[in-house]
Design a binder for this molecule. Structure first.
Ligand SMILES: Cc1ncc(COP(=O)(O)OP(=O)(O)O)c(N)n1
Ligand SMILES: Cc1nc(C(=O)O)sc1CCOP(=O)(O)O
Ligand SMILES: [Mg+2]
Length: 515
């Protein structure tokens, strides 16, 4: 396809052009494939997606229970609504259930040309149900393929488009790609996912001159429903952003592999083929349900901050230290592993995240946004010279907890403006744990608390002998104390944590005792 259907209107549009894919496909009520998959794939790739619905299917992970085809004049109306108004870059086709609908699309694209046409020649669903009858083959061949910039058939679809040609090997896929190219599309991607090779998945890309063999390892999962639609949509999305064809395909393939790998164990539906998670979110959401969803300021009550030197000195692992602190009553844990190698830190962080989530205790990572993301921690704690809060918030998203160290009312105010969840204020007392740390004292702590709109945790030189003095400064937003050496530079973390918990409980509520 060439040209841009919205050339007349583009002059009137603002300078912020959003890459735009229009998908013309069927609705899948189970939302694993079809229009729903296309929307999610485009959203995940950062591209706007408009939708023209050709059929409504009653469908789930078991199969297709019903198909209701949208009359072709109403498909035409949807196409006109979108193409006459919006600046569509790329059209991607999915389920086109009748030759008349194919013709309607052909007409619309003549009237409103777009930059590229991606054709996923959907005929049969992953469950084996027929989505477009055999007559569609001539519709594709005569009307659509000559207009396509790329077609993305799987083995069965390639075979159907080539009068039943048998495809049993990579070499057959190459021959098929060449024959399909003769039908008119500028590029052909024959997907080899259905070939029997148990280890690798091989796709063949042919651009009319050169072949490219695109190999990837097979991901063992039942959650493959909608991969074809999603791959074609991702290719369309990358083309809409301006990528050349081969790089669009490579990016799209890598995206699908990553999403499949991430989703390989999720369970949606009881049938043999489940959907995958385009946004790479569901796994962490389900695990989060083990603890409170939103940040609860009362979690700051007994805030345990780990120290690798102290754990080494007392001969314990970080996981044993975290377990003991939680058992003793720690209400939040921060991993502060200043000099650890990234790989080692990540492994430890993953193990500690699991322990904390098992007990409903949030886990934060000191300084390292990358590690927090990789281990799916609940958030981070950062200082004034670490990554700016605003940047961290963009990277981590709205749900993660962000704590910031503040020594002054101005810093506390800025932390609130920037979207932090709490502040850590100290050093309340002198400490050997953090070098060259300015001590603000109880007065400094009180001044910061009074100026802060965020909950505060006090830190620095705090232990069982002075925690009560700290909590008694009498400001409602001081929610607890953060401690390192008072818990971890001790022989028994469990005992010390229990003792500190008792002191804090007594300071908070004098008649209540712990255990
Ligand atoms: C709860 C809490 N408060 C303050 C700090 C100190 O953070 P920062 O100023 O970034 O210094 P480092 O800990 O990174 O040396 C903290 N870690 N936790
Ligand atoms: C990590 C840290 N931050 C501080 C600050 O003032 O922001 S004081 C500190 C060290 C706290 O260790 P301990 O409980 O052993 O005194
Ligand atoms: Mg820091």
């Amino acid at each position: 396809m060439q040209g841009n259907g919205a050339s007349a209107t583009s002059k009137n549009q603002s300078s912020m052009k959003i890459p735009h894919v229009l998908t013309i496909a069927g609705s899948d009520s189970g939302a694993g494939a079809g229009i729903q998959a296309d929307l999610k794939a485009c959203a995940a790739r950062g591209v706007y997606c408009s939708t023209v619905i050709t059929a409504v299917t009653a469908q789930n992970t078991v199969g297709v229970q019903g198909v209701n085809i949208v009359p072709e004049d109403f498909v035409a109306a949807q196409l006109k609504s979108v193409l006459s108004d919006m600046q569509v870059d790329v059209v991607k086709t999915g389920m086109l259930p009748s030759t008349d609908i194919v013709k309607v699309l052909q007409q619309s694209l003549k009237e409103f040309p777009v930059r590229a046409l991606v054709v996923d020649p959907v005929m049969v669903s992953t469950s084996g149900d027929v989505l477009a009858g055999p007559s569609i083959v001539s519709g594709f061949r005569d009307n659509l393929l000559p207009m396509a910039d790329i077609i993305t058939p799987n083995i069965k679809e390639a075979s159907a488009l080539l009068d039943g040609m048998q495809l049993a090997s990579v070499s057959d896929m190459r021959s098929a790609a060449k024959l399909l190219h003769c039908l008119g599309p500028r590029n052909v991607l024959v997907k080899g996912g259905d070939l029997p090779d148990p280890s690798d998945a091989v796709d063949i890309f042919f651009d009319g001159e050169n072949f490219h063999e695109l190999r990837s390892s097979r991901i063992k999962t039942r959650n493959t429903h909608g991969t074809g639609c999603s791959l074609a949509s991702c290719i369309a999305a990358e083309l809409a952003k301006g990528s050349p064809m081969l790089s669009a395909i490579k990016v799209a393939k890598r995206f699908i592999e990553t999403a499949l790998d991430y989703s390989k164990d999720i369970v949606i539906g009881n049938g043999p083929q489940g959907p995958f998670d385009h946004l790479l979110k569901l796994k962490s959401t389900s695990r989060k349900s083990c603890r409170q969803e939103a940040f609860d300021p009362s979690d700051l009550f007994l805030y345990a901050v780990t120290d690798p030197g102290m754990n080494k000195k007392w001969g314990r692992s970080i996981t044993d230290a975290v377990k003991a602190a939680i058992e003793g009553g720690a209400t939040i844990v921060q991993l502060r592993e200043k000099d650890a190698d990234t790989g080692d830190f990540l492994e430890a962080a993953k193990a500690c995240t699991e322990i904390c989530h098992l007990h409903g205790v949030p886990l934060l990572i000191n300084d390292r946004v990358d590690v927090a993301l990789a281990c799916d921690a609940d958030g981070i704690h950062i200082g004034q010279s670490d990554m700016p809060v605003r940047v961290a918030r963009v990277i981590l998203g709205p749900e993660k907890i962000i704590g910031v160290s503040c020594k002054t009312p101005t810093q506390a105010h800025q932390a609130w403006i920037d979207g932090a969840d709490y502040i850590g204020c100290g050093g309340v007392y002198p400490t050997n744990t953090k070098a060259n740390n300015l001590t603000v004292g109880l007065d400094g702590l009180k001044t910061v608390c009074l100026a802060s709109k965020l909950p505060v945790v006090a830190i620095g030189g705090i232990g069982i002998s002075n925690a009560s003095d700290v909590m008694k400064i009498g400001v409602p937003n001081l929610k607890g104390v953060a401690v390192v050496s008072a818990l971890f530079d001790r022989e028994c973390v469990l005992t010390e944590t229990k003792k500190l918990h008792a002191v804090l409980t007594e300071a908070n509520c004098p008649n209540f005792s712990w255990v």
